[in-house]
Write a protein of this length. Structure first.
Length: 252
């Protein structure tokens, strides 16, 4: 029994650093023929790729990030290409900052690009970290004339074509749902967590035996209660974090 308990606890401990996936946030704003953008890239990912922690103290300071500015900018912008109506846009860095997200610090690259004419279609080619981490995802947000479109970059879909002034909310929703399902499926910690939540809804203890719940309605109601409670709790914690009312250390 103790061997099984030890194995179970070990399985719970292994994915401690795996729950937060590698990602970056790319925002592009289009006004007439001028493109401005902001790219937030996690310092932990840049450090893994480039080695930013010069003194190896597990803390990346602004001085270290500033020291590696040329390397970070060259590495990142070489893996991002913007095309408008078959015309390649040359991106230029306009600012280099650092910002804190709920899961740690991010390098902030602000850039601009000038296009010959007002674009009707934007093609974004994204290749950041895919060669190092196939689970990395890039989250794209494109704004033009009060319209907003979103997309997700992955190794399978490193290029996204955005038809401007033509919102496709269903396609964006479908892509985010697919990525969410895949994120749960590839993490065995997520599967174990779901099983631990839902298993008591379909089995019960009778003496020294586990027996299945025979009434479908009863099992359905129990599952509905668990899913509702989990959704509400997760929504509350996410809201507290996003609004800045609660900021716990990401290491936890």
């Amino acid at each position: 029994m103790w061997n099984w308990l030890t194995l179970f606890l070990a399985l719970l401990a292994l994915p401690a650093y795996a729950h937060k996936p590698s990602d970056s946030y790319l925002t592009i704003n289009i006004t007439n023929n001028v493109i401005t953008g902001q790219w937030d890239i996690a310092l932990r990912d840049l450090d893994y790729a480039l080695g930013l922690d010069d003194n190896a103290d597990n803390q990346i300071t602004w001085g270290e990030l500033k020291h590696h500015q040329a390397t970070v900018v060259a590495y990142s912008l070489a893996r991002l290409a913007l095309n408008t109506d078959a015309n390649l846009c040359t991106t230029q860095l306009s600012d280099y900052l650092v910002d804190q997200h709920s899961d740690g610090y991010y390098a902030v690259l602000r850039f601009s690009a000038l296009c010959p004419i007002k674009p009707e279609q934007l093609t974004v080619d994204y290749r950041l970290f895919f060669d190092l981490d196939p689970t990395h995802r890039g989250l794209l947000n494109v704004n033009q004339d009060s319209q907003q479109q979103t997309a997700i970059f992955s190794p399978e879909q490193p290029r996204q074509q955005i038809v401007l002034n033509e919102s496709n909310a269903w396609l964006s929703f479908k892509q985010f749902v697919e990525e969410g399902v895949w994120h749960i499926w590839v993490g065995y910690d997520h599967i174990l967590f779901l099983i631990s939540l839902l298993l008591p809804s379909v089995v019960f203890r009778n003496g020294r035996q586990w027996l299945p719940v025979t009434a479908v309605k009863s099992a359905f109601l129990e599952v509905a209660k668990v899913v509702t409670a989990f959704t509400l709790a997760h929504s509350i914690t996410l809201s507290l974090a996003v609004l800045g009312w609660l900021d716990l250390p990401s290491r936890w």
